[in-house]
Every structure is written in C-alpha cells, then in structure tokens.
Design a protein around this ligand. Structure first.
Ligand code: SAM
Length: 224
C-alpha cells in the first residue's frame, strides 16, 4: 500500500480559476497539506469541501517531512496546496515534494494558476523564451547579480515583486538593462483591479515612483 502526493494549484485571485480535477482531488484526498489552513479553509468553504487539513508552511516544512512520509506509507492520498497558485513556485512545497519523490512515492502535479505564466500569457511581450527568477534577493548587489545572469540571455524575464519593493526592483533592472528596455508591470491578475502597465523600464519607474504601489505584481522585462 503506497500513497500519492498531489501538488495542487489553486486560484491566484478569481476563485473560478481552479480545475475540475483539482476540486475532485481536494474533495477525495485523505488530507490537505496547506500553507495556511485559514486561507485554504475559505477556498474549501467556497467549494463545499470538508477534507481535513494540516499546516505545512515555510517554517515547519522540514519538521513535517517524517509525518508526511508516514501518511504516504499508510497509503494516504495527500493534496499539497499553497495560499495561491502553484505550490513550490516561490512558495513552500519543494522540501515535501523532494522528500516524497526521494522515498519513492508517486508525486503528481495538478496544474492550474501560476502568476508568472498568467502574466506572460497576456502581456504581449515575447514568450518564445521565458526566464523565471521569482523574488529578487534582498541585498542590492545580489539583486543585480541575478538580473545580470538572465537579462543578457534574451527572452522575457519574469520577476515577482512586492509593492514596497517594485520601484527599487525596476531601478535595478534599469541599471542592468537600461531605461529603454520594454517591460510590463502585471498587477492584481484575475482580480477586480487587474492591470497590465506596458512601457519602457524608465517609463514604469517614473509612473510607479509617483504613486503608492498596491497589490500583487509580476514585472516582465523583455529581451533586447
Ligand atoms: N505560487 C504562486 C504562483 O504560482 O504564482 C506565487 C506565490 S508568491 C508567494 C506571491 C507572488 O506571486 C506575489 O508577490 C506576486 O509577485 C505574484 N502573484 C501572486 N498572485 C498574483 C496576482 N493575482 N497578480 C499578480 N501577481 C501575483
């Protein structure tokens, strides 16, 4: 008897953005491993799902590994979710996924929403080559190093940015790629105030320095 770990994508805003398969697996699983049980609880309530939950987040993920492997050894079906989008993509999950796979259990993705894919799909910048760097590191030198490693490679680069860092992140991108590089700030995707702000990095820097940035954002930077 051997269990399965499903890695289940959940909505990044609009609650309708969840697949039929994800709903079935969340309903039929023995247990949902959730980044924040209160947050996922709201989604489950909306879907009328009553599966029990256990919290697995950035701070306790390593400590949960043995228990998760025990559940899999008992033959349980587990569904791993994060607060929004695809688990393990700039979110907890990777440690549990690696441990389950290493131990030989079946690990299966249940694909769905992912913010940088949604952003790239609708921004109108080239998508034949796409680099995903997640959040840039905190230290300015390191931020520049990450962008220096990918921006000269061509293709579009996707960066997760927080509202209080967006102007600084655009400024670092300008240092690496120049103010004339085409870009798009993709904000609040699938939500009421969804916005795709297209322009050069210089134009975006000027516009977003002049207001108080709010909401969730993906910065796309085109290749040269
Ligand atoms: N696992 C998620 C995914 O699959 O995209 C990413 C989680 S990460 C902790 C959260 C970041 O993703 C946000 O700070 C923002 O950069 C981006 N993001 C999430 N939802 C978004 C949305 N609705 N619109 C724009 N960006 C979003």
């Amino acid at each position: 008897m051997s269990g399965t770990l499903y890695v289940v994508a959940t909505p990044i805003g609009n609650l309708e953005d969840i697949t039929l398969r994800a709903v079935r697996i969340l309903r039929d699983a023995d247990r949902i491993l959730a980044e924040d049980t209160r947050h996922t609880g709201r989604l489950l309530k909306h879907l009328a799902i009553e599966t029990r939950m256990t919290s697995v987040h950035g701070h306790n993920e390593k400590g949960r590994v043995d228990r998760v492997l025990d559940w899999l050894s008992e033959g349980q079906t587990l569904a791993l979710v994060s607060d929004a989008g695809t688990p393990a993509i700039s979110d907890p999950g990777q440690v549990i996924v690696a441990a389950a796979r290493e131990a030989g259990y079946k690990v299966a993705p249940v694909p769905g929403a992912c913010a940088f894919v949604a952003a790239a799909s609708a921004a109108g910048l080239p998508t034949d080559r796409l680099h995903f760097v997640g959040f840039l590191p905190g230290r300015p030198g390191r931020r520049k190093k990450v962008l220096n490693a990918v921006l000269p490679a061509g293709g579009t680069t996707a960066v997760y940015v927080s509202p209080h860092r967006v102007v600084k992140d655009i400024a670092v991108a300008i240092e690496v790629a120049g103010a004339d590089r085409p870009a798009c700030l993709c904000r609040e995707l699938t939500k009421m105030y969804e916005e795709f702000d297209r322009g050069t990095l210089g134009e975006l820097h000027a516009r977003w320095s002049a207001k108080t940035p709010k909401g969730e954002m993906v910065l796309l930077i085109a290749g040269d």
